[in-house]
Write a protein of this length. Structure first.
Length: 188
């Protein structure tokens, strides 16, 4: 907050430019209209943004669902490219056998979690392990001239490294959560 108040004072004193906040728009979402599937490998986005036709990669499962079951389509930009996410309405019934176990979890920093049976889950520390590589990429970005093509390439490399770490963290959390849920009836 002190930086912001200092900036506001500068604006009124010396007529500086108003600070702009970073726009957090990295996705476009379509509900029922604004898109249509040409075939299971192509989608056409027909709105005012001028995106047009896109080729889909890895969407073989899309052919099994009728178009009426697709409720939302989202075009997302990540550091390694663009992705199309389809939200499909499907009735999923998972049959599980009751185990009769209950467990309490305590999330920590040293261990990923500690349960009520004193079992610890190891924290893999993905960020700490790849800190050296991130430091190298960040140094490469800072040494490039602003506005140059090489700086953009270095920024993309840095973004991909951060994306890899976030995906590792997310995948690990999902695996651990699935394991805990499947082996216990009640988690507190």
């Amino acid at each position: 907050m002190p930086d912001f108040s200092r900036t506001v004072k500068r604006i009124f004193r010396a007529k500086k430019v108003v600070p702009r906040f970073k726009k957090n728009c990295r996705s476009v979402e379509y509900k029922q209209s604004g898109w249509r599937l040409l075939d299971p490998k192509h989608i056409e986005l027909s709105d005012q943004k001028g995106i047009g036709k896109l080729k889909l990669i890895g969407t073989w499962d899309l052919a099994f669902y009728p178009v009426e079951q697709i409720k939302r389509v989202r075009l997302v930009r990540r550091a390694d490219g663009y992705y199309v996410q389809f939200c499909i309405q499907v009735d999923v019934k998972v049959e599980t056998q009751p185990t009769g176990k209950t467990i309490g979890l305590d999330v920590g920093l040293k261990e990923f979690y500690t349960d009520s049976n004193n079992n610890n889950e190891y924290n893999p520390r993905f960020y700490r392990k790849s800190e050296k590589r991130l430091k190298l990429y960040q140094r490469q970005v800072s040494r490039k001239k602003k506005g140059s093509a090489n700086r953009l390439k270095a920024i993309k490399r840095l973004g991909k490294a951060h994306l890899k770490i976030s995906r590792q963290r997310e995948e690990h959390a999902k695996k651990v959560a699935r394991c805990v849920i499947q082996s216990n009836d009640l988690v507190a």
